[in-house]
Write a protein that binds this ligand. Structure first.
Ligand code: ATP
Ligand code: MG
Length: 356
């Protein structure tokens, strides 16, 4: 198979972890006889430094001409004084819009050999296998108006939570499609006791569920959902929710079974290409030291093989290699514990390649 992958390393550890994923993809290509080519492009602070904007047109073009996009991370303290609309994080919001990435998929799976590094007891997290589906291009992060005003001589502010029915439909339908291949349960998270947008969300969820009689639909209020995630995460299979709730809950879910450095994500659209990235940020505190954990990005590459290219066996091979490296006791600093072997970013990548 021949595939072209756009690579957007971004800032901080983004550059380091993306390198790890590329090497693993190359190794998979060699072993399974696929030609993966890589087209590099700029995003975030490094794009701002060289072009004056966090998402140059050229980057969008390269992404659109590719079969999938691999992204590192953006941001850093260096850009704190840059005007808000040119900050690195804007690059991320803009690429989501430009590629129409309406749903963000974040799996949370249990790594037996990392059970000790979770803040939760083993019996609570053992066997957790959930998939959070977060709406990504609508809601309060994009709605207009969003501004400060003076009202009756007082300082006031407004953000707008806006959704069109279509936008809600496509993300909920996606969640049901994904549930088909899993444990056949969808939990729709909303705040329907307070928000009008959530009442429409719930209505749409019920409607769509009629097309999927084999799948159980459950509604949960977001405040309860936040509690249930740490009380009894095993009750969840696919969780679908709007943009801001999903932002908060998916970070919460990420600590259930391990470090930020372990968790991949995929963002999908109707037309492609899809974008794959670790859920962690640019981690300025450890950038440039060759100590970041590359596994989240390597696992994001595995998601790419499975979701974008249909290469299930190759994806499983990466996941298996990651698990065996962990079982063998190799750890980057973020997941280090007593009696294990601490390795650098590049050493961890080497171990995964060896295990492949
Ligand atoms: P952002 O706003 O971009 O999401 P953030 O403030 O949430 O950034 P991160 O960059 O995700 O922060 O980092 C949070 C903490 O986790 C930092 O201390 C960082 O060093 C650590 N961390 C994040 N990713 C990794 C990784 N891949 N390996 C090791 N440590 C990491
Ligand atoms: Mg963050």
């Amino acid at each position: 198979m021949e595939k072209r992958i756009a690579v957007l390393p971004g800032d901080g550890i983004g550059k380091e972890v993306v390198q790890g994923a590329i090497e693993v993809l190359k190794a998979v290509g060699e072993r399974y006889n696929h030609q993966f080519s890589f087209a590099f492009a700029e995003i975030g602070g490094s794009a701002y430094d060289s072009t004056g904007v966090p998402l140059p047109e050229e980057t969008i073009k390269i992404c659109k001409e590719s079969d999938a996009v691999l992204l590192g991370a953006v941001g850093g303290p260096k850009y704190d004084t840059v005007p808000v609309h040119l900050r690195p994080e804007q690059g991320l919001l803009q690429i989501r819009k430009a590629l129409n990435l309406f749903a963000n998929l974040r799996p949370t799976t249990y790594f037996a050999s990392l059970a000790d590094s979770s803040p939760l007891r083993k019996e609570i997290i053992e066997g957790v296998d959930m998939l959070m589906v977060r709406e990504l291009t609508g809601g309060i992060y994009f709605g207009q108006p969003r501004e400060r005003r003076e009202v009756n001589g007082k300082e006031a502010v407004v953000d707008t939570l806006y959704y069109e029915r279509d936008e809600i439909e496509r993300v909920i339908r996606q969640a049901f499609e994904l549930a088909k291949t899993r444990k056949k349960k969808v939990t729709s998270v909303d705040k329907a006791n307070v928000l009008e947008s959530s009442r429409l969300w719930r209505e749409v969820a019920v409607e769509i569920s009629k097309d999927y009689p084999e799948i159980t639909l459950e509604h949960m209020l977001v405040d309860n959902g936040a509690m249930q995630l740490v009380r009894n995460p095993k009750q969840f299979d696919v969780v679908v929710t709007e943009n801001m709730f999903g932002d908060i809950l998916s970070d919460e879910a990420s600590v259930l079974t391990g470090s930020l450095g372990m968790l991949p994500s995929a963002s999908i659209s109707e037309e492609g290409p899809y974008l794959y990235e670790p859920i962690h940020g640019s981690a300025p505190d450890i950038a440039g030291k060759n100590i970041a954990n590359p596994l989240a990005t390597i696992l994001s590459a595995a998601m790419m093989l499975k979701v974008s290219f249909g290469l299930d066996e190759e994806a499983a091979a990466i996941e298996k290699a990651v698990n065996s490296v962990l079982d063998a006791g190799f750890r980057t600093g973020d997941i280090m514990s007593e009696g294990k072997t601490q390795v650098s970013t590049t050493e961890m990548t080497e171990e995964v390649k060896k295990a492949l």
